[in-house]
Design a protein around this ligand. Structure first.
Ligand code: HEC
Ligand code: HEC
Length: 304
């Protein structure tokens, strides 16, 4: 790969990610191991470093020309979390991002190539890339999505209510009056690392954080750390209001018509409602951290 030009490297990586198995990632002769940092490191270097860099700082060979660029994982700042703004993601959050990818960006989903244990190993390794995981406590009360969360079904009345809230909450300042990502603040929007932030276009209908109602609820309730997208947890406390806003923004995704949808990869539109299959492995099997200045292990019972 050292001799590949960046574009060729990206294509190779994406082909590998989309080919539905048989790539270089999983060696079937390797026995399945319990989640483990060393295994996570091995997998990271084999599958992720091409984009994220061997140190996880986003400087992989294929990073050049990618927009948005691969995340600098050493900052410990994650967009797609079920936890309060400014706090660390749960392990299940990281597992979900790795397993399902961030549709519409270059970040592929790995659940076809990697087993649950391998994804869990990668999560353990990711936690060594940023000091935040050693320095900060992850608290159950930071998780803003109740376990028994259940969406309110979209009706025309709920969508109308959501449209009014979209205006009232100022979503259009960034996302634009019609949700096309062209609000007044969009041109100047900056990420915390100083790079330009591309404000999401709701009519595109493909969400990095997942496009099921629960995914969209999670995104605007917790906010996207590192991006200008704020958390609306405090400013929009009513459950009914939250689901109204979800129903409205999802309704905008239909405005480009069926042909647009049919032209997109089907897996990108799959509703991804159930991160549960990725949750238990780490909770039960997370090994103790290595002794090098690490804090006490997060309690397994919390299912982090
Ligand atoms: C083809 C390039 C590419 C490869 C390979 C890749 N990533 Fe990414 N990854 C990205 C990009 C680009 C982003 C940022 C996308 C965005 O913000 O829109 C990203 C974002 C992420 C995030 C941030 C999620 C968040 O909540 O902010 C994590 C975690 C991540 N990648 C982990 C991995 C792991 C683990 C692997 C290997 C199994 C991997 N990536 C392989 C390109 C890649
Ligand atoms: C200050 C600007 C700003 C405001 C106000 C704002 N957003 Fe965002 N939003 C963004 C940006 C920028 C992104 C894209 C971030 C990224 O992908 O890195 C985004 C992304 C999103 C996404 C995620 C799309 C995905 O890819 O998963 C959703 C959902 C969303 N916004 C909903 C809302 C809603 C609902 C409101 C109003 C309650 C709102 N936003 C207000 C800037 C804003």
């Amino acid at each position: 790969m050292a001799s590949c030009r960046p574009f060729a490297a990206v294509v190779a990586l994406l082909l590998c990610a989309c080919s539905g198995g048989g790539g270089v990632v999983v060696d079937p002769s390797r026995p399945e191991t319990a989640p483990d940092i060393a295994e996570g490191r091995r997998l990271f270097l084999a599958t992720c470093a091409g984009c994220h860099g061997a140190r996880g700082d986003g400087s992989g060979e294929a990073a050049e020309g990618l927009f948005p660029p691969p995340r600098n994982l050493t900052r410990g700042e994650f967009r797609f979390r079920s936890t309060a703004s400014g706090t660390l993601p749960t392990r299940a959050d990281l597992q979900r991002s790795i397993a399902l990818g961030l549709p519409g960006s270059a970040m592929p989903g790995w659940r076809e190539q990697l087993s649950e244990n391998q994804i869990a190993s990668l999560v353990l390794f990711l936690e060594t890339l940023s000091p935040r995981f050693a320095e900060e406590q992850r608290l159950p009360e930071d998780v803003l999505l109740p376990a028994d969360i259940s969406p309110v079904a979209a009706t025309p009345a709920l969508i109308t209510q959501g449209k009014a809230l979209y205006v009232k909450m100022g979503c259009g300042e960034c996302h634009g009056a019609e949700g096309r990502g062209d609000g007044k603040a969009a041109a100047e929007a900056k990420n915390s690392d100083g790079t330009h932030s591309h404000v999401f276009d709701f009519t595109y209908g493909i969400y990095k954080g997942g496009s099921s109602p629960i995914d969209v609820y999670r995104t605007f309730v917790t906010g996207l750390d590192g991006a200008p997208m704020p958390s609306f947890d405090q400013s929009l406390p009513g459950e009914q209001d939250r689901w109204a806003l979800v129903a409205y923004v999802l309704s905008l995704g239909r405005s480009r018509g069926v042909a647009f949808y049919l032209s997109e990869r089907p897996t990108w539109r799959e509703p991804m409602t159930d991160p549960a299959p990725y949750t238990p492995k780490l909770g039960a099997a997370a090994p103790a951290r290595p002794a090098t200045g690490s804090p006490a292990e997060t309690p397994a019972a919390e299912g982090w």
